[in-house]
Design a protein around this ligand. Sequence first.
Ligand SMILES: [Zn+2]
Ligand SMILES: [Zn+2]
Length: 152
Amino acid sequence: MARSKSDGIKINNKAMTNEGVHDQIRVYLKRSGLGDGRRLRKILMFAYDHGGHFKQSEIPFRIDTHDLDKLVQAGYLSRIIIGNNTKTLKPLYESTIGNLSHSHFYCDICEEITDFDDTLVEEITEKICNYFGHDKYSKHFQINGKCAKCKE
Ligand SMILES: [Zn+2]
Ligand SMILES: [Zn+2]
């Protein structure tokens, strides 16, 4: 079965240090045909070091929006549009390198995002696509509500 881009890109066991991961990123970029551009590498390294969700405006150096698109298309970054029906936040990005496939719980009160393992969501996605005979490129599953902290 073809691996979906949302499965997360595994980090080589040898790459346990941050520097190792950065070397790995260099290899991935070369392999992907995107080239070993310094600009792309810098973005991916920022995303990996950040470790969570970030807005484009949080990237602390100047970037070309097309570079973000390229990295999303290649599956190294994932872009999520998260929010609720009264407020739509800007797209958020996160690294797929070393990050397992997951979905999001969005708290409407404090706006915190909780990642959760989405094995079951993957299963139901497969079933739905098989039923209709559709091809899946990506999926977005988000739960809105009130987090445990805000319930107190
Ligand atoms: Zn909350
Ligand atoms: Zn996430």
